[in-house]
Design a protein around this ligand. Structure first.
Ligand code: GDP
Ligand code: IMO
Ligand code: MG
Length: 431
């Protein structure tokens, strides 16, 4: 019996998970997504081309590997179809190696409408959702109203769809939401629904599986499985910066419920962090920089959302949050991405603790959203050189290696590899 390795984000998302999964895929037989949905945007780059995946696992470009969408994932058929079409254009036929759990829930067009209605109702306190329908679809799952992938083959599918849609329309109107003015990609609900329904045809071309049986069988056969996380630790529904979070368990524990594997089958847990920190959407971010340095990080790091195109907020790396992430997830290996963005910086800072009302702490307080948190910063010497062309960890500049060693010391977790460009080839493993 083999173990299932996990790869997840340790910050507020966009750490470079997709890229690292793509790099690690040759070592595995199966790549499985276990939560989230089209709110994710995972970017891969190779041979001078950039690819962005939302619902499809990031191992898809390795056509000899199985990619699995687990029961914990949400599928929006129209977005799924667009992703499949984009892959087809690039000559990738995913019908052979992409399997979908029958138990994965569907995002309806009216879930997306409800996302917008909820955000509107929150006014100034809005989450900054990606508006892909994530919160409302998971709400229906928990409320036992959801429709699952396997249900699209059932004779009463259209009836169940209609019932749920009517419920959403009633709720949205009761909230004072202007249903008629609502648009998705410039289309009104009726027009979008038509595309959505047509897209079910694309979904039906794929192999629907009982992913829990499939995965457990793979483990028994000694196959190697990598579980790919979406979003990240600090967006977790239970342990993130609630309510400014997503609606799923993004943490290692989510692998068990999102794929149907026992806790004892979890193997290595690979946590990804940027060498600095970003966040997109609303919510607390103690190390956020509002100055020229923050703007430079955004510009040099091309920090714009892969799903929504929104500029990401930028700041220094946050060690208390990283330590928390390592604790909750049982991280065994760290991957650090994007130090190259700070190549020109004279100094690079690290937040090692929080100062809250004169008290120093390195824990994430309950009142994270409202507390007046001042990051305690330590400055490190910049490396002031390009990392381009470096192919070995040991050849990284000494100042960068000492910065990385400090991250290892403060988190108590060893670094497995460092990524120094968006390209697949630029990942330097330490051993
Ligand atoms: P994910 O959601 O965690 O998969 O990350 P995203 O794809 O949303 O955002 C990461 C961004 O950083 C993408 O544009 C990547 O191409 C880019 N990226 C990943 N690793 C590196 C790196 O080491 N250096 C640089 N400069 N960019 C990187
Ligand atoms: P990847 O997988 C960064 C953020 C949104 C918003 C909050 C809730 O690419 O790292 P939701 O649409 O889930 O209701 O939004 O979570 N968010 C992400 N931020 N990366 C992501 O995914 C995200 N998915 C959701 O910006 O603040
Ligand atoms: Mg992303």
């Amino acid at each position: 019996m083999t173990k299932i390795d996990v790869l997840l984000g340790l910050q507020w998302g966009d750490e470079g998970k997709g890229k690292i999964v793509d790099v690690l895929t040759p070592r595995y037989d199966v790549i499985a997504r276990f939560q989230g949905g089209p709110n994710a945007g995972h970017t891969l780059e190779f041979n001078g081309t950039k690819h962005v995946l939302h619902i499809i696992p990031s191992g898809i470009f390795h056509q000899d590997k199985i990619n699995l969408i687990g029961n914990g994932v949400l599928i929006e058929p129209r977005i799924f179809r667009q992703e499949i079409d984009a892959l087809t254009e690039k000559g990738v036929d995913a019908t052979r190696n992409l399997y979908i759990s029958q138990k994965a829930h569907l995002i309806l067009p009216t879930h997306r409408m409800m996302d917008a209605a909820n955000e509107q109702a929150k006014g100034g306190a809005k989450i900054g959702s990606t508006l892909k329908g994530i919160g409302p679809a998971y709400t229906d799952k928990i409320a036992r109203n959801g429709i699952r992938v396997g249900d699209i083959l059932a004779p009463d599918f259209v009836e169940r769809y209609g019932q749920l849609k009517r419920q959403h329309l009633t709720m949205a109107r009761a909230m004072g939401f202007d249903v008629d003015a609502f648009r998705i990609d410039g289309l009104d609900l009726g027009q979008y629904e038509q595309l959505w329904m047509e897209s079910l045809g694309t979904l039906k071309r794929f192999r629907f599986v009982s992913s829990e049986y499939f995965i457990n069988q793979c483990l028994r056969e000694g196959k190697k499985i990598l579980a790919e996380g979406a979003q990240a630790m600090m967006l977790d529904i239970d342990f993130g910066t609630y309510p400014f979070v997503t609606s799923s368990n993004t943490i290692t524990a989510g692998v068990c419920t999102g794929l149907g594997v026992p806790p004892g089958t979890i193997g290595r847990v690979m946590g990804i962090t940027k060498a600095y920190c970003t966040r997109v959407g609303a919510g607390p971010f103690p190390t956020e920089l509002f100055d020229e340095t923050g703007r430079r990080l955004c510009e040099l790091g091309h920090e714009f959302g892969a799903t929504t195109g929104r500029p990401r907020r930028c700041g220094w790396i946050d060690i208390p949050a990283l330590r928390y992430a390592c604790m909750i997830n049982g991280v065994t290996d760290l991957f650090v991405t994007k130090p190259d963005v700070m190549n020109d910086f004279d100094e690079v800072c690290m937040c090692t603790a929080y100062d809250i009302d004169g008290q120093r702490t390195d824990e994430i307080p309950f009142h994270y959203n409202t507390a007046d948190i001042h990051p305690v910063l330590t400055a490190h010497q910049g490396w002031k050189q390009s990392l381009q062309g470096i192919t070995e960890y040991a050849a990284l500049p000494a100042a960068l290696r000492s910065y990385l060693a400090e991250i290892e010391r403060l988190t108590g977790v060893g670094i497995a590899a460092v990524s120094i460009s968006p390209d697949r080839k630029d990942v330097l493993f330490k051993q």
